[in-house]
Design a binder for this molecule. Structure first.
Ligand code: HEM
Length: 189
């Protein structure tokens, strides 16, 4: 193959030399083609040398950017994942509806929606694979006139629900600590 190529090139070269009218132009083409071939050969030769570098760089980048720190979902697990959280919220809501301290707030509330949004919210706060699709706390509670005793009452109902589902105290406190910052947004009195 190598020999055949060179033989045909020499043959072509001889043809060029024997064709005086087109000789100069074609000679230039040959020189340019020669330079092109040499450049191509250089690049092709360099590829094996460059490849490991490229692959190594990609591997490093990948290691740095595609392996995130493992999210802490211990609270999510302790609450019993999505089903457990839904059950806790459901139980809390049932308690709220018969709690003389706060039931008045919930009489006209869209019960199904609040249960659903609260479940999503607690799931997210606990580190679970959920998305909160509800309104902000400020929007949701605007104008309800919620005071501190009402807030405490709801938290107590939540604690009773977590007790019922055997959530350890340590995990209960973790969830309450995550809800605590919402206090100043929800309270209006
Ligand atoms: C940290 C504590 C609380 C959290 C995380 C919370 C969370 C939520 C969520 C997620 C919603 C539904 C949002 C939406 O519709 O998109 C909601 C609505 C509501 N919350 Fe709360 N809430 C808290 C405290 C309270 C308290 C203390 C009360 C009253 C005692 C209360 C009464 C209500 C009512 C009545 C609604 C329904 C409002 C409506 O749409 O008519 N919430 N809450």
């Amino acid at each position: 193959m190598f020999q055949r190529n060179w033989a045909s090139k020499i043959a072509m070269f001889q043809t060029i030399l024997s064709t005086p009218t087109r000789g100069t132009a074609t000679c230039l083409q040959w020189i340019l083609a020669g330079i092109g071939t040499a450049a191509l050969a250089l690049v092709l030769n360099l590829i094996p040398a460059l490849m490991p570098l490229g692959l190594e760089a990609r591997a490093d980048d990948g290691a740095a950017s595609t392996v995130p720190a493992r999210p802490d979902d211990s609270l999510y697990q302790a609450l019993g994942q999505k089903t457990g959280i839904a059950a806790i919220v459901g139980d809390m809501y049932d308690r709220v509806l018969v709690d003389p301290r706060i039931r008045a707030y919930f009489v006209d509330a869209p019960q199904k929606r609040v249960r659903q949004k609260l479940t999503e919210q607690i799931c997210v706060l606990a580190g679970g694979p959920c998305q909160y699709t509800g309104r902000t706390m400020a929007e949701s509670h605007k104008g309800l006139g919620i005071d501190q005793p009402a807030f405490n009452a709801l938290v107590e109902d939540l604690q009773l629900a977590m007790d019922k589902y055997h959530v350890p105290y340590r995990e209960q406190n973790k969830l309450l600590a995550k809800l605590a910052p919402m206090y100043r947004v929800i309270i209006e009195k």
